[in-house]
Design a protein around this ligand. Structure first.
Ligand code: FMN
Length: 184
């Protein structure tokens, strides 16, 4: 069982797990929870596939349908939360992020790399979340105009490790990711 006594090593460990989310399809870091606040003020959490992570630029990237409900929330408030639970390493990762939305021409190079089988996720008719009469009353037509990239600029990372002793720490970009231990 790992024990963490050095803040920097704790953060290194978390980033190594996040990187596996893209590299290893079986890693639970592949499907974190993305949280926004909906129009009625309630938090709304949903699973998204992690498409890219970059520690150097403090970024995490997701792809979604431009007409999905989360986009309305982000239009009003670009602040969002991200949550990972990694059972094998007993690590919880929580993030505060500011989301930059890219649509249209800016997404063309990414769209080229989306496999045909996945493109159908971007272009559901009617739009995701619309009420339909029967469960299968929808079509899926791949549409690059409906493809949106969510670049999440990470501002805060909080880690909780459940070892023999629980260990918790918070790291903030505004403090050059130096970190502080927290009571678990
Ligand atoms: C394992 C899993 C992976 C998912 N990956 C994505 C994804 O990468 N992008 C996406 O927009 N929705 C994805 N979804 C669907 C979302 O959880 C959500 O239902 C959808 O984006 C609509 O959310 P919204 O109405 O809150 O905008 C995934 C769902 C599951 C269960």
């Amino acid at each position: 069982m790992r024990e963490f006594e050095i803040l920097e090593k704790f953060l290194d460990f978390a980033w190594a797990q996040i990187s596996r989310g893209k590299a290893d399809k079986k890693s639970p870091a592949r499907c974190p929870t993305f949280i926004t606040t909906n129009n009625h003020g309630y938090p709304r959490a949903r699973t998204l596939v992690l498409r890219r992570s970059n520690r150097e630029s403090d970024e995490i990237e997701f792809h979604t349908d431009k007409t999905s409900q989360k986009m309305l929330s982000l239009e009003k408030d670009p602040r969002a939360g991200i949550h990972f639970w990694l059972p094998r390493t007993q690590l919880q990762i929580q993030m505060d992020v500011i989301v930059e939305v890219r649509v249209g021409e800016l997404t063309l190079s990414n769209w080229k790399n989306v496999p045909n089988s996945s493109r159908t996720s971007f272009g559901t008719i009617p739009s995701p979340g619309t009420v339909i009469q029967k469960s299968l009353d929808y079509r899926q037509l791949p549409d690059q105009n409906r493809f949106a990239i969510l670049i999440c600029h990470i501002k805060l990372i909080e880690l909780l490790h459940l070892g023999a002793k629980h260990v918790r720490a918070r790291f903030m970009k505004s403090q050059q990711w130096n970190g502080q231990w927290l009571a678990p």
